[in-house]
Design a protein around this ligand. Sequence first.
Ligand SMILES: Nc1nc2c(ncn2[C@@H]2O[C@H](COP(=O)(O)OP(=O)(O)OP(=O)(O)O)[C@@H](O)[C@H]2O)c(=O)[nH]1
Ligand SMILES: [Mg+2]
Length: 341
Amino acid sequence: MRPATPPGVAGVSVFEVPAAERGAAHACLRTPAGRPFVPAAGRPQLALLVLGGDVVDEVLVVDRGGAGLELHTHGAPAVAAALRRAFPCSAAPDDAPAAAPAAALLRRALSAEQLDLALEQLAAPFPDFLQELAAAAPAARAAPGAAALGRSAVAMALAAPARVVLAGAQNAGKSSLFNRLLYRERALTGALPGLTRDPVAELTVLAGYPYELVDTAGEGPAGLPAAAAAIAAGRELRDGAFVVLVVDRARGPGDADRRLLARADLVVANKTDLPGAPWPAWFRCDLQVACATMDGAALRARFGAALRRLRGLPAAGPVGGPAALDREQLAALAALLDRGG
Ligand SMILES: Nc1nc2c(ncn2[C@@H]2O[C@H](COP(=O)(O)OP(=O)(O)OP(=O)(O)O)[C@@H](O)[C@H]2O)c(=O)[nH]1
Ligand SMILES: [Mg+2]
């Protein structure tokens, strides 16, 4: 027996029963009235699945003639586990390590762009490409290898979310920006400075690329130890992340903003619907927004485009050939090119 559907929580799981195991499978089936199961070739039949004396599930039995049977069970992991205990199961189709990253991306895709990339990569598997590259003379690897490295940088940006941390002074509008980008009121907002405490993270897709967007506590007076700890937790999340400095345009950059400027990847001036305060010429500004009044779609598009520019990424979608989808695949490519050089 072997699962024909990927592992995970699903509505239906399908198990393929080879012809040789047909008899053993029939022995575990009963009619819905509890009588011995009599196969009727050519039409799907409802049956009770009885394992170890217990009715485990009501299943659909599809007779595939010489190819054996299909058992369509309810997708509960407990049912699949009971079947695996009763029958020696071979691996699920996408357990194969070679196809794993592309198949995994197909399953968890959040956007059409990720789906398109997954389908492209399933059709042109990276492990096959790597094998061909390894078989080529070392001198012939450089050009296709460099092209694959370029494709891989884009593919990996599309496959896995990058963290974007919203930072800035208290009351600048970080949580308002967070909510507008997510299209829902996920974080508390309000005029009271220091409203956000613990970091709040959500996945979203901006300009086709996936992001883990994190709202953090604003820089400013901490008061209680819990507030100081929350500010520290937000700071820690900046490591390895893209940091977006949100500045209240109506107040202009303050001390906290000046301290954060060097670490900021993107500077967003918010509250442009209000009269602006002086803004020093040396204090850069990448984006001007008004979270309170701007259309959410326009805000998402402009924010996503700014991140894409910052990262030097092309329009999201298929990358034009086999590409690494995770660090392991990228390391394998890099190692091969090192050996070639
Ligand atoms: N006029 C105007 N007000 C805004 C805008 N964006 C946010 N605000 C207001 O500014 C106040 C602070 O907004 P928040 O989003 O809570 O600010 P924050 O940066 O998350 O604040 P902390 O969590 O305390 O660090 C709220 O009263 C918002 O309604 C804007 O674009 N225009
Ligand atoms: Mg906040």
